[in-house]
Design a protein around this ligand. Sequence first.
Ligand code: 13P
Length: 288
Amino acid sequence: MLVSAKDMLQKAKAGHYAVGHFNINNLEWAKSVLLTAEECKSPVILGVSEGAGKYMTGYKTIVGMVNGMLEELHITVPVALHLDHGSYEGCLKCIEAGFSSVMFDGSHYPIEENVAKTKELVALCAEKGISLEAEVGSIGGEEDGVIGAGECADPNECKMIADLGVDFLAAGIGNIHGKYPANWQGLSFETLDAIQQLTGTLPLVLHGGTGIPEDMIKKAISLGVSKINVNTECQLAFAEATRKYIEAGKDLEGKGFDPRKLLKPGADAISATVKEKMELFGSIGKAE
Ligand code: 13P
């Protein structure tokens, strides 16, 4: 059964590790992430952007697929199905469809409007036992058409949103979706520290997990980050493994064109990436 991400992230914050949020795109993605989480005895969050939701034909399809996998694959670790960077309407749709967690990204609104909309969703989610992530200060780069400038959040605004009763908070600290440019300044630990001072035990979320050096990830966890989002890195691993398979002519050998064979190297590459991240984030064995 899908669970809210609230408990798993509170435990992670208290235990000084982070739970990985991995964006999914299709059956191979969901299956690889779930089987790896089970193998690693790690809690996990499956992230679905609005674009990926459309691609997979709608939120109900995803809920059906993931719930089916939990049962058929005998998944025992805690799994949350989470809307990533949702609009207000997207959150309502996912709550209705059976997601166990949603993110409302109101970072592009003036803070008053972000507060007002987040507040409404806090009440709705609490009623249904669904966890809610909010965002202050946009995350840089582009993800599924959501473009952010990569700013550092105002810690006082973070406190305003935290005080509404959200379950975890994403705050911009110079992080960017996708690959980091060569001249990237790195994460602003000063900002992160200031945010944690004001938000206390609230789990913080680090978006743009792809390409952040390991020492920065560890430092971010030590400063209160309990959820780390990874998307591009799984996509790159999938594409590279699939390219190698085709370039080696494997699809032309025997029944190598069978999608179950053709997509396997990519699916295995996603699993390897997820495992590597779980090791780095310290979540392995935490679901035992
Ligand atoms: P990356 O694509 O940079 O890993 O970011 C993922 C993310 O933050 C999803 O919200």
